[in-house]
Ligand binder design. Sequence first.
Ligand SMILES: [Zn+2]
Length: 503
Amino acid sequence: MPRLALALVLAALPVANGIAQRSATADVVLVNGRVLDPETNLDAVRAVAIRAGKIVSITASVPAARDTIDVRGLVVAPGFIDLHSHGQDSVNYGFLARDGVTTALELELGTYPIAPWYAKREGKSLINFGASASHPGARRAMLDGDSTAEGADVIGATGAFVRSPIAAARLPELERRLEVALDDGALGIGMGINYTPAATREEIFHSFRVAARHHAPIFVHLRSAGLVENAGGIAGVQEVLADAAATGAPLHVVHVTSMGLAATPALLDLIDGARARGLDVTTEAYPYTAGATMLQSAIFDPGFQERMGIDYKDILWTATGERLTAESFDRYRKQGGLAVIFMIPESAADQAYRDAPVMVASDGGFQFANGQPIGHPRSAGTHARVLGRFVRERKVISLMDAVRKMTLLPARRLERVDPNMKHKGRVQAGADADLVVFDPATVIDRSTFERPAQYSGGIVHVLVNGTFVVRDSTLVSGVAPGKAVRGPVSRKPPPRADSLGER
Ligand SMILES: [Zn+2]
């Protein structure tokens, strides 16, 4: 090396060291908080240091940082991961962030097609987002030539896809459509069999085979719910457990309490029994006694009272807040819109949450009328409600178990399809800095059936990939740190749009 060059290198060394030291300074350190990590069972006062979107250390001493925040008396937990979130827009993301959610995924009904859905949210999202491949959406594209409904909007749509079977000869086309969506990065396949009652058992079985080939989970709203013999929640679970066993597809049964109603313990026994015999099957519940869905959907086809064990008065019309009668039911069903259904026993959510592997998921998503959010209070309050009412007030489950159900368990559900989920749902060095800081003494849902669009209380700070989205219980504006959660994108080259009859 020429002497001059060597001198330059030596002269540069202290500067390089200085840069290294400065870059070792954390961006943010949360100090004096009670840190919960549901994987290692850490429950202790620690300093959590964040740099470049990642957690870099969890220590008893306090490292240097550009932004040091004292969170004494508060809990620092992994940000909540909601596997069942229909509200995939900026207003809903705000309500979710104020409820501690850092990742919201539309997995029950999914979306179809996949690529444009992700493209629309990339770089613009407050929290992390993702979706499964929509079985009803793919059906609608085949039978109605229409794939314009995004996410759960498909269940508000009408058309042949609701009540027409797919001929056996056309099942390979359905499989191909679902394959393309998975190759585009869908996190699995989502289906609401109850909403497409004409989907035959053979069709559902074929869809499970697609999921199995991709090692992708299949998220199912069962064919039947409630207590009617041979057409209730037990029969619904038995169908999909058989398909999972026969194909090897990982299975996730959505909202077990609104499927099982008073038979929820039997559904849990079926799911736990299948898992004990080696099947990869999981489930979730929301912490409310009412469900919600579109009044025009097939769920309310004749006989719904017997199926759900309800009467008209148990249905709340969200647009006006009124309870329905036979007359108003018929009128609003023709008009279409969101209804809340009081049908779940008080005991069902307790039974579900006491079952260790059962996750918390909201099934939420506000719709909009005249620009105002309307819908079920679960859209804003699910996670704070579990922490405030099920943990603190009623002591149904421990704080660590509740956090595990909202973080580690949903992350693990998706690790095989998106390996980056191994870095979420944990407070560990190297994990993504998706964090929620809440006050365990005051955290509470404020959203009610009468006034659902209320932010939760006691959620103090929320960070997504190291960026504050909630700070001092206030939404931060002008930030979009949310990233896509998605499976491997393996489709090459993209098929021509006309080859699938897409619009
Ligand atoms: Zn559902």
